[in-house]
Design a protein around this ligand. Sequence first.
Ligand code: K1U
Ligand code: ZN
Length: 186
Amino acid sequence: MTALYAPLTSPDMAVREIIKLPDKRLRLVSEPVKRIDAGIRKLVDDMFETMYAAPGIGLAAIQVGVAKRVTTLDLSKKEEAQEPRVFINPEITWASKEKAIHEEGCLSIPEYYEEVERPVQVKVRYLDLEGKAHEIEVDGLFATCLQHEIDHINGVLFIDHISKLKRDRVIKKFSKAAKAAKKVEA
Ligand code: K1U
Ligand code: ZN
């Protein structure tokens, strides 16, 4: 199974701003990580800090405005020890024909939840923070969340998997809120 990431906190870690719908950066296709350097390690630290503060169970780098193919995940329950996981350049190498419906949320579309149909199981190839390659087969919430994050890396949002009517409605609502917030700022 996936090697867990450590350390969990350090004084240098920072909560970054999570960009929200309709921010166009959410539609960017993120660039592969070529070298895992101090900048990537700092990004990952900050992504964990941001994800835990939100709180969320996953986060893609583009959600903090960085178009790099990096995602963090922690599916542990409140009462359990944290299980931070990092996926660099993750790729789905296989998806089951069998599909399942799960309710999804998104930190970039706060307080909006919808049922989404996705493959039950996927195989995902990725690099860890040491640059070591792994391939894992996951199902359940792990598979749902990892597919959601890989979608982010490709500029896809979970609302792209729901009806056009519902999608248009939520985009309109968030666009209106963003306009109103801009007016207050001005
Ligand atoms: O990528 C994101 O926007 C994070 C998102 C991940 C996700 C959730 C559910 C299904 C698929 C992908 C979230 O973390 S939304 C918040 C959330 O689900 C949650 C927050 C606190 C405790 C438990 C769940
Ligand atoms: Zn999301």
